[in-house]
Write a protein that binds this ligand. Sequence first.
Ligand code: BMP
Length: 215
Amino acid sequence: MKQNTRVILALDITDRHRAMETVEKARDSIDAVKVNYPFALACGMDAVAELAGSVDVICDFKVADIPNTNRLIVEQVRKSGAAGVICQAFPGKDSLEACIRAAEGMDVFVVTEMSHPGADRFMIPVAEDMAKLAVEVGATGIIAPATRPEKIATLRKIVGNLKILSPGVGAQGGSASATVKAGADYVIVGRAIYDARDPGEAARKIAEEIRGALQ
Ligand code: BMP
């Protein structure tokens, strides 16, 4: 995955035409597109494959099952031509290892601590352990919360040079500059881009903010 603007567009749009149009408007300011269930369920995996033909796509399916089911899911992601997949750590090492094996070199990102307030009960207490598991299994990177930049810095110490992708910028209150300054490699941004009056301009501004923060 390229690392130019460090912006990953979260394409949580269920209308295929609007989704594709949004990618076109933001294309010059993003490094990749993250698709989640709303897009994949509404538009189908053939739409994921269409996107993957012209931009790096990460399938955020938060894969969280027994090893055999994880394998079957990740094989389908691979078939679409996606560049990466997001998996959960909490089902354990064997489940995550099944994802890595099935990925056959495709990027695997592991969720550590989620960005929403409710992560406090079950995720925050074990986030550092989940980051250690990501390192153990040889994941490409982790997902860490832009809403808690101090936590990104803590997790960076655990994961070394693994990639850190951080959602929570914009609509959830996180700032792009604070997120990259804390050590994230990429910010993941959805509503602040696709719900903007001018998605292309919104993406450009976020990319500019990141460039300024890293100078
Ligand atoms: P938005 O910028 O509109 O808040 O979208 C954030 C995106 O990142 C959504 O697709 C959401 O599912 C995802 N995400 C998140 O917000 N927090 C996490 O901890 C993990 C996520 O995958």
